[in-house]
Design a protein around this ligand. Structure first.
Ligand code: ZN
Length: 257
């Protein structure tokens, strides 16, 4: 259906263009003017027709990001500075990142929108149902400095028709490491210290999408000591901006032929 629409569009436009060309080169001035009026009238009608029948989005135009704010409800996660819980930090980051991505036209699905307990299996189920092109599981910690990126510790396997639960991520290892690389570049570009690792996380291991666990620690300064804490609004904004930039980059890479 998309192909038909495109053929109609280009086929319809070509004749109007060539009428304009003929009018300009071969006809006397008076007739040129009336032909140009007809030309622009035709363009206006053409515009209305196109406006009335918007082409359906091409299949590759669908790009979905899943944001998983880790922990929630009874599971508070780690205790952060100023008495804040990890579950609160991850939800705030998820909300901020979602609006940054939405502003750039990227569709986002979240695993939770409130302080609710969501089982790991349910989180992966939400991600897999969304058929996302990128899944970020968001964590925060007071230990270490900078941003820690984790891909699954499962070994890469060939994709199968039906991926087993808990090891679904094995078929996505290569893409997840590529996503991790894009996140790494964007965070480093924003001046952040990044640590790369592999780990086993139930949520990520059950996801059938390029998936990375992102753990935010306090910022590392030039002297390799803590520069900004997790409760620093400016640091929070810079982390979210860098992650959004990475996903925009991932989006544009995914759309290259
Ligand atoms: Zn955590």
């Amino acid at each position: 259906m998309g192909e038909n629409t495109e053929e109609y569009t280009s086929g319809d436009k070509a004749p109007t263009d060539s009428i304009g060309f003929v009018a300009e080169t071969l006809l006397p001035v008076g007739r040129r003017a009336s032909l140009f009026i007809a030309y622009f009238a035709a363009l206006a009608v053409y515009g209305q027709l196109v406006g009335a029948q918007p082409p359906p989005p091409a299949p590759q135009a669908r790009f979905v990001v899943v944001l998983d704010a880790a922990h929630g409800g009874d599971d508070a996660g780690g205790s952060l500075s100023n008495g804040q819980f990890e579950k609160t930090f991850t939800l705030a980051l998820s909300v901020r990142l979602r609006s940054l991505l939405a502003a750039r036209g990227i569709q986002v699905v979240t695993t939770r929108e409130s302080d609710a307990a969501v089982e790991p299996d349910r989180r992966a189920e939400i991600a897999n149902h969304a058929q996302a092109q990128a899944c970020l599981s968001l964590h925060a910690t007071e230990s270490g400095l900078g941003v820690h990126l984790f891909a699954t510790s499962l070994s890469a396997t060939q994709p199968t028709r039906f991926a087993a639960w808990k090891t679904a991520q094995a078929a996505w290892v290569t893409r997840s490491l590529a996503l991790e690389g894009v996140l790494n570049s964007a965070l480093q570009h924003a001046g952040m210290n990044v640590t790369l690792g592999r780990t086993s996380l139930p949520v990520v291991d059950s996801m059938s999408c390029p998936a990375v666990a992102v753990e935010i620690a306090p910022e590392m300064g030039p002297d390799k000591k803590a520069a900004a804490g997790l409760d620093d609004p400016d640091y929070q904004a810079r982390v979210a901006d860098a992650l959004a930039a990475a996903l925009v980059e991932w989006h544009s890479e995914a759309h290259q032929p």
